[in-house]
Design a protein around this ligand. Sequence first.
Ligand code: AMP
Length: 354
Amino acid sequence: MAIIVPRSSWPLASSALRLFNLLPAYNRPPLLCTLRHNSTAAAAAAEIPEPRQSPIQILRTLAEVRSWRRDQLIKGLTVGFVPTMGALHAGHMRLVQSSLRMNDATIVSIFVNPSQFAPTEDLASYPRDFEADVEQLAAQIGDDRQVDVVFAPTVEEIYPNGIPLDIDQQKGAFVTVHGLSEQLEGKIRPQFFRGVATVVSKLLNIVSPDRVYFGQKDVQQTVVVKRLVQDLCYGSVVHVVATGRDANGLALSSRNAYLTDQTRQDAAVIYKGLQNALMVYRQNTSAEKIIEAVVSSITEKFGKEDIEYVCVNDKDTLEELEIVQPLKGAIVSVAVRVPNKFGGKTRLIDNILL
Ligand code: AMP
């Protein structure tokens, strides 16, 4: 097999060759995903810049990921892991960039995890666009590194014994992080963190990353996962990455795709409210006053009845606070239901650290 590599593609090509040449024949990547394949000898001769080629491997099974992971270990390479449910946006890319900068190799999972959805929630309609996701990931370069692997398993691969959405019918091993899963999001979505903790445990067992990346956007998730990693003695270090936002301050979210242009604009009042909360906190540490600042901003555009919660909580225990201790700070978090383009409401969540 001949591979003609124009000068503009050298770093990428060398990582592709590294993958092909260093792995034993029985262990070759099942798919080398080339997103744009215009590579020709003529282009090389004319030194026309080539469209970049992705060296991303798409792996579908636990066995493939474990084999890839073992190779990184043998080569002495550190591995960063970014778990996602796909429908990727610039917020996810912040996590990917952090991983690229801090690790030799980066693996991103794309898996819409059924066990964190209640039967009444949007599992079936959750936005999915695998090709666009891989294309976005392939375009990420950080410290001359690119994403090495996308792990996109089937539901059967992750839940070999099935996963009914009705929690009463679920049998087998599940992970619950008691004391941190019942408040805030957990009050509204009682099975959510059990599903999250379960899938994160499975993924950490499969990937064994040196570092794993989560977004501040889902602040309760970061608290739950840090505790899970500590209590179940996982060897990975959890990194939390700041929230990516639209120009108007709206936190990026895959579910923003459900919003109309108008609600996307109006939803700027959520972050504005959180910033007002920070200003209030500088004068007054009462949770009531901080919460008032958020509520009054949100109600400029949305009904009070659509605010599910605005809470001030301890950063580690998630205990609800009445007064914020300046040396400890707190989390202010909010969930609001805003009108979407289907005539219903979409929940948006956001938070800020004091
Ligand atoms: P998801 O695909 O929604 O499960 O999110 C995957 C990861 O990306 C989680 O750790 C999220 O917290 C993180 N994430 C989602 N939205 C953002 C955002 N706007 N900024 C930073 N991280 C985010």
